[in-house]
Design a protein around this ligand. Structure first.
Ligand code: NAG
Ligand code: NAG
Ligand code: NAG
Ligand code: NAG
Ligand code: NAG
Length: 848
């Protein structure tokens, strides 16, 4: 009975609810549309507001202060002088300010820029050091994962944070990975440590009203996505585009259903948790970022975007973007590009250092980005400097790492400029930001100084930015004289005819180097043409110590290389695999590299015997300087194999190799970064009479005295920290985080060292890397700096100085210099080449 009554009551209540909701949905629909239907009609919109207060101000206790007498380079690259008032984590006034009772910091004319913005990062999702089980960038269980969100994998305590913001980078767009086509939602963060270790508190849009939130999305297209070989993945570009179209078609159908429902609601509002993000893209609510490279991939993506009527906000990586200017203009899009990346895969083969300049000349907004940690995020400014060196005007080089990436993120109403109403993210530099080696002196994020101004030096900055200018040199005969050599770094030991007192004139007779010396020492016919360099630099042959130079064209294309000898048990020789032509050697030669020491390809234990050879020679006979240089071994994680499963077994094998007296005339080169392994090598060295060299050595500075005592030299490759792996996680972040640089520690301890690289496509930065090292060592002069990439290498490997040399129009240890002449074995091999030609399409494969 009671049960019956309860049932009746339930029935009655249910009936009333049904009737009421029916009345509501039918008669009130016109006046009270479903809130979702209202939202569907709204797009997020922003405008710059000088009275805006940074929403993140609630996170940090803050002080008011004035930065006085600054040289302000704004996000548009324009320079002015003035003062800045910072209040409530926000820039509130800029100009000539006169306030009493506000804390004032006198900058004495130092350069300021907005905090740098990197719109392509994997911060926190690929935290460093990268470990097998902390890699969270790609959810590659399906090519279609639009419902993934990078926020769910960002570790706010990624140890790289300090190094990033110390180098002036204050905002990142953290994208999902590129193994998925529809990869997922991205999140903008400040590189500002959360007081409570919460990623939420790192979000750029922390405390922003829900209806004002910007959302970002990542699509990836091209080689990565078809190359995975994973189940359910496409294996061709056709398959990739079908995957995209199918998913957008499903989203499009859902959108139509939703719109119909909003016209005439019946049943529940149609949604699908897996498709909602794509529907939002179709509604124009997400900022779409596409990873791709090839010209025809741009075309495919625009074709798909047009078919489904959405807009691509920016193309990332985009190394071939300079070839499809018309398409980019029609789609009204922007480009976030690498300044200096090439050589990895076919889709990176058309890369040119001229791309940022060409895009800018064609009014395509161009951002420079890193892909952190694939490329070290702390180097963002360095890449802008490189783009400037190759012709991107200085104003645009600054905007490429401030306002343009901010615009790409639709955040240019709050970051990327030093203006009232903008977040107080400001970097104080010790010099013009486009000068090589410029460092931060203070970094302010959300109005909070990261260094408490204790790094500020009282001296005002000096240098101006330098850009390469292609001097015209007309050499019509192969007999001529070069004058105006202002600086020489040649050593007296060369077997060339060199005046020991002065080297201001170079006489070339029928392509042969006849004499280098003063005008009185070198006699020449007064009729020969003269090339006056005015501020020329002459240097000995620069040696690349780097994997794969001369053995490989594209990293990911096995058919372009000698191959990997890891499964072959005999000792192989790099000289037998040399490939003397191709783009790699040409690019390195144009950058002023004369010769290379290369070991056989691989990161396995017994690599084989390296060779030294000259670049720009046509035959093995003329190219090879030393057939055998050293026997190479890798000791570490990458060398673990079924037969040598442990580091200890690798060390035993090395000890046996030495005990058997194999290749007694050659030094042993051990590839490692790791301090524990270096300590093992020091120990080994004490019991054997054999020259041992460490290659890699990022943790060597931690055992500098021990290395010096054991007389073990080091090729630092590269010398600056990458901290990618467990084995180099203790590499020094150097200044401004450390008082003393790793190279200074090694130098002070008396360790013999030189500078190499760990990838062939970094080798053309050799001069700048050496220069940065030289600047980081107390009292180091330019000769010692040049020695780091020439003389020291010869000494470490016990090689004779070659008869190669290079002549530059300016100081190649700074930006702005161009190679003028290069000589191989005393013979002219290159005259003022364009640093890099703009080569189109099939032209790339010429001569290969
Ligand atoms: C800081 O901003 C908040 C709003 O976010 C406001 O309530 C507060 O008054 C501001 N403080 C100052 C000193 O302007
Ligand atoms: C700003 O600093 C520079 C460099 O120290 C100095 O020459 C100049 O007089 C200063 N200007 C003002 C307005 O203080
Ligand atoms: C070099 O040669 C080019 C073309 O032959 C000519 O236009 C240019 O004026 C020459 N430059 C100099 C500095 O002689
Ligand atoms: C070369 O020799 C000259 C004179 O003998 C000497 O002054 C100079 O220091 C030497 N240079 C180097 C780099 O050894
Ligand atoms: C040549 O070098 C000297 C010192 O190394 C320097 O003072 C001078 O300005 C240089 N000449 C030119 C034209 O740059």
């Amino acid at each position: 009975m009671i049960l019956e009554t309860k049932k009746r009551v339930i029935y009655a209540v249910t009936a009333v609810i049904l009737i009421v909701s029916l009345i509501f949905t039918t008669s009130f629909n016109q006046t009270f549309p479903h809130p979702q239907c209202v939202l569907n009609q709204k797009r997020p919109s922003f405008k710059q507001d000088p009275l805006r207060i940074n929403e993140r101000n609630v996170l940090f206790p803050h002080e008011e202060f004035i930065l006085k007498n600054a040289t302000i380079i704004d996000g548009d690259g324009k320079i002015s002088s003035g003062d800045i008032l910072i209040k409530n984590s926000t820039i509130t006034e800029v100009g000539n300010l006169n306030y009493d009772n506000i804390k004032t910091i006198d900058l004495q004319g130092k350069y300021l820029t907005p905090g740098l913005v990197d719109c392509h990062s994997h911060f926190g999702t690929r935290a460093q050091p990268q470990l097998k089980f902390t890699e969270d960038t790609n959810e590659y269980t399906s090519p279609v994962t639009p419902f993934m969100r990078s926020i769910d994998a960002i570790n706010p305590r990624d140890p790289k944070l300090a190094s990033l913001n110390a180098n002036g980078v204050t905002s990142h767009l953290v994208l999902t990975g590129s193994k998925n086509l529809l990869s997922g939602e991205s999140y903008g963060i400040k590189l500002h440590r959360s007081p409570n270790n919460l990623v939420e508190e790192m979000l750029l849009q922390y405390n922003v009203q829900a209806d004002k939130l910007v959302r970002w999305f990542k699509i990836a297209y091209g080689e990565n996505e078809k190359a995975s070989g994973l189940p359910g993945y496409p294996v061709s570009r056709m398959g990739e585009s079908w995957v995209l179209r199918k998913a957008f078609e499903q989203a499009s159908s859902l959108k139509i259903k939703q719109d119909k429902w909003c016209q005439k609601p019946q049943g529940d509002y149609p949604t699908d948790y897996e498709l909602d993000t794509l529907v939002d893209i179709l509604r124009g609510d997400l900022n779409v970022n596409v990873h791709l490279y090839e010209t025809y991939d741009f075309e495919t993506l625009v074709r798909i975007a047009n078919e489904f009527e959405f807009h691509i906000g920016s193309f990332h990586h985009a190394l071939s973007s300079w070839e499809v200017i018309k398409l980019l203009k029609e789609h009204q899009t922007s480009v976030a590009i690498f300044a200096d990346e090439w050589g990895g895969k076919k889709e990176q083969y058309e890369a040119t250092v001229n791309a940022p300049r060409i895009l800018a000349e064609n009014h395509i907004p161009v951002a420079i980005k890193t892909d952190h940690p694939a490329f070290p995020g702390q180097d963002l400014l360095y890449y802008a400097q490189i783009a400037h060196n190759f012709g991107l005007p200085s104003e645009m080089a600054i905007s490429a790492v401030t306002s343009v990436p901010a615009k790409i993120m639709s955040m240019n109403h709050r970051i990327g400029y030093i203006r009232p109403g903008y977040d107080a993210d400001i970097v104080v530099w010790d010099n013009h930001p486009l000068v090589l080696g410029t460092k931060t002196q203070e970094v302010i994020i959300d109005g909070i100084p990261m260094f408490q101004f204790d790094k500020l030096k009282p001296t005002p900055p000096s240098s101006k930015a330098m850009q390469r200018v292609s001097s015209e040199i007309n050499v019509t005969s192969d007999s001529f004289v070069i004058t105006g050599i202002n600086s020489s770094f040649l050593r007296n030991s060369t077997s060339l005819n060199i005046d020991p007192q002065s080297q201001e004139v170079v006489v070339v007779d029928q392509g042969e180097l006849k004499c280098i010396g003063s005008a009185t020492y070198c006699t020449f016919d007064s009729n020969v043409p003269v090339v006056n360099l005015e501020n020329g630099y002459i240097l000995p042959g620069i040696t690349a110590v780097s994997p794969d130079v001369g053995l490989r064209e594209m990293m990911n294309e096995p058919s372009t290389s000698d191959g990997d000898g890891s499964t072959y048990s005999q000792i192989i020789h790099a000289k037998d695999g040399l490939i003397l032509d191709g783009l790699v050697l040409e690019r390195l030669q144009n950058a002023g590299v004369s010769q290379a020491i290369t070991a056989p390809i691989g990161t396995h234990f017994q690599r084989g015997v390296s060779t030294r050879f000259s670049l720009g020679e046509k035959t093995l006979d003329t190219s090879i300087l030393d057939e055998e240089v050293a026997v190479h071994f890798t000791i570490g994680d990458s060398a673990k194999s079924p037969t040598l499963p442990t580091i200890s077994s690798q060390l035993k094998e090395l000890r046996d190799f030495i005990a058997q007296g194999k290749y007694p005339h050659l030094p042993i080169a051990v590839h490692t970064h790791s301090k524990p392994v270096i300590l093992q090598i020091i120990n080994l060295k004490q019991s054997v009479n054999r020259k041992i060299i460490i290659i890699g050595g990022q943790e060597a500075y931690l055992v500098a005295d021990e290395l010096s005592q054991a007389e073990i030299p080091v090729i630092l490759a590269p010398w600056r920290c990458t901290a990618k792996r467990w084995e180099n996680r203790r590499c020094s972040p150097n200044t401004p985080l450390m008082e003393e640089s790793s190279v200074n520690i090694l130098h002070r301890a008396g360790v013999k060292f030189a500078i190499g690289q760990d990838q062939f496509n970094s080798v053309r930065r050799t001069f700048w890397e050496a220069s940065l090292a030289g600047k980081a060592i107390d009292g180091f002069d330019l000769q010692q700096t040049v020695d780091l990439i020439s003389h020291n290498v010869d000494e470490i490997f016990g090689l004779q100085e070659s008869k190669n040399l290079v002549v530059f129009d300016h100081n190649p240890l700074e930006f702005g210099a161009t190679l003028a002449f290069s000589f191989s074995n005393g013979r002219l091999v290159k005259v003022f080449p364009e640093y890099e030609e703009e080569i189109k399409g099939d032209g790339l494969f010429r001569g290969i």
